[in-house]
Design a binder for this molecule. Sequence first.
Ligand code: ADP
Length: 444
Amino acid sequence: RSTTVPNIDGSLNTEEDDDEDDVVDLAANSLLNKLIRQSLVESSHRVEVLQKDPSSPLYSVKTFEELRLKEELLKGIYAMGFNRPSKIQEMALPMMLAHPPQNLIAQSQSGTGKTAAFVLAMLSRVNALELFPQCLCLAPTYELALQTGRVVERMGKFCVDVEVMYAIRGNRIPRGTDVTKQIVIGTPGTVLDWCFKRKLIDLTKIRVFVLDEADVMIDTQGFSDQSIRIQRALPSECQMLLFSATFEDSVWQFAERIIPDPNVIKLRKEELTLNNIRQYYVLCENRKDKYQALCNIYGGITIGQAIIFCQTRRNAKWLTVEMMQDGHQVSLLSGELTVEQRASIIQRFRDGKEKVLITTNVCARGIDVKQVTIVVNFDLPVNQSEEPDYETYLHRIGRTGRFGKKGLAFNMIEVDKLPLLMKIQDHFNSSIKQLDPEDMDEIE
Ligand code: ADP
């Protein structure tokens, strides 16, 4: 029998669902980003380029025509609605399509056009008449491999006879069959198996090798070593390309081990700021009180769309039920959902079908909240030692300076949490004003 102790407000703490869902799954986040992203992410930074041979001229292209691609490939690009190369593609594509092929390490945040770039490189180097694997792309998970495969299929729509094969667990190839598809996308373990044990892929015939999501890859046990074993068996003339959304030292060290003589392209991430955000806090006694304050705010100002953050799943569920019972249209984004379910909830919210999205820390990482003007911290983000989690606070309510709109942020604070809020205020050197929830005039 479990012992449950009622909280002040009468709710119950139960052992099992009280845990925080704060295990960040990098691969799931990356997939989520892909599922919900429909357009390029803008960036105000300049692309930094480090050439293998600094004396060779540096090319950049402003149009896809300049790349002298095969007709059918150009058609595929335009059919996808691309008008011109993205910032990173302007620099990366000439290097990737050069003769002789050049190796490349590229880092830029997700949504900046990396996948489209390397898919283009693979498709432009493939010979449709040769029926064996010529391009090999490693991805961290089955789902991510599939996403890349979809891009190959869309961009290669007019490249007849070019086909993709997935080297992923569960994709069984009967004994004695030859792999005749030109492009293979897979996870390191299965690819290794297909190359060395089953001899389905002849690595000496690979012309383009892509290592995608390097940061996610090295986060997974065994993937770095497996990738390196594969890379070692490739011919020296094979083009090697590595992509990553982030670039900590560990990614960099791995990249340098696996990509010989690389060119390097980097696009710094857009930084978040609180400059355009007006921040408020409301002092509350308990959870019920917080909810009341939230309702007052909700009734007091015209809210477009709002995201409400809770620290635990349990709180998020409770709040969702309360709001629903009061007739609000809300949806709950929770860590228990599959990535596809999460993507679909975010999509509905983005389409304006729901006005309020309630969520916990982890889920929030994948969401791009550009159009949302109001963010509510129903609970302040704290780390395991009950100190403020500054990064998460910034992530929740910050916007990128140039592209972000103005916004409002509300913090619901129990009296004993006030010192945490003050720390946050000091940390960011920005003011968080106290608000009387009965008097909303202060806001507008
Ligand atoms: P990344 O791999 O860096 O996450 P993607 O290649 O997946 O970025 O591109 C992000 C989004 O932008 C996708 O929806 C993709 O179709 C689109 N996209 C990529 N390149 C271009 C381009 N040159 N013009 C317009 N949209 C593009």
